[in-house]
Design a protein around this ligand. Structure first.
Ligand SMILES: [Zn+2]
Length: 214
């Protein structure tokens, strides 16, 4: 549905800033390396704002990845791109048959798998340690939880609540996730939850001086 609409409406392609355009070129370069290494068809990356709540999406029919222009820079760049490349390299997105609850369970599993593969991709192609990659996902998911103010808003098909996804992801790598819900409404952060929290250069457990808070 989404894809058919976009194919017939190229004006939906959003204007991008020079920095976002650079991010898009970088995203395509990384996507080419990743799809080649995993032996899957090449994907084309587009800067598209689909729905407000959607950071990125992958269409298996056309091998397209859509990324919201605002997510083509900063911390979110690697998280959103690597997650969508996770779907692409795992062959996700095909229609599923079966009872609705079984389909939901499979989609939830696929979302978790895509993020795990995303961490792997960040380590292999982004020159990050596993801990750094997990930290970027943590920053992203904690922020996603904060933006929804901890409320149980409707979430995208297959996705769990951000804090649940965070804990699942970290535990699948044998790690304990940093606090997530604690950041809702009145964040009172005295110590870094994990290394280099929000690019402050602060190490996990260190006292975080108030002036270093973003
Ligand atoms: Zn996904």
């Amino acid at each position: 549905m989404l894809v058919a609409w976009l194919a017939g409406c190229s004006a939906a392609l959003t204007p991008v800033t020079p920095e976002q355009a650079e991010g898009l070129r970088e995203a395509q370069r990384i996507a080419d390396q990743v799809t080649k290494a995993y032996g899957v068809p090449r994907v084309r990356v587009y800067a598209v704002a689909t729905r407000p709540s959607v950071a990125g999406s992958y269409s298996y029919q056309y091998d397209w990845i859509f990324i919201r222009p605002q997510r083509l820079t900063g911390n979110e760049f690697w998280v959103v791109l690597s997650h969508e490349l996770g779907h692409a390299t795992l062959g996700h997105g095909r229609p599923l048959a079966g009872p609705p609850e079984q389909i939901r369970a499979t989609r939830t599993m696929q979302e978790a798998e895509a993020s795990r593969r995303g961490v792997e991709i960040m380590v292999r192609f982004g020159g990050m340690t596993e801990r750094e990659a997990l930290g970027r996902y943590a920053t992203y998911l904690i922020e996603a939880n904060r933006l929804r103010d901890g409320r149980n808003l409707p979430i995208l098909s297959g996705h769990q609540l951000p804090c649940d996804e965070l804990r699942d992801l970290w535990s699948s790598f044998g790690q304990t996730a940093p606090p997530c819900e604690a950041f809702t409404s009145t964040p009172h952060i005295t110590h870094c939850p994990y290394d280099d929290w929000m690019s402050t250069g602060c190490k996990a457990g260190e006292f975080l001086e108030p002036w270093r808070l973003p």
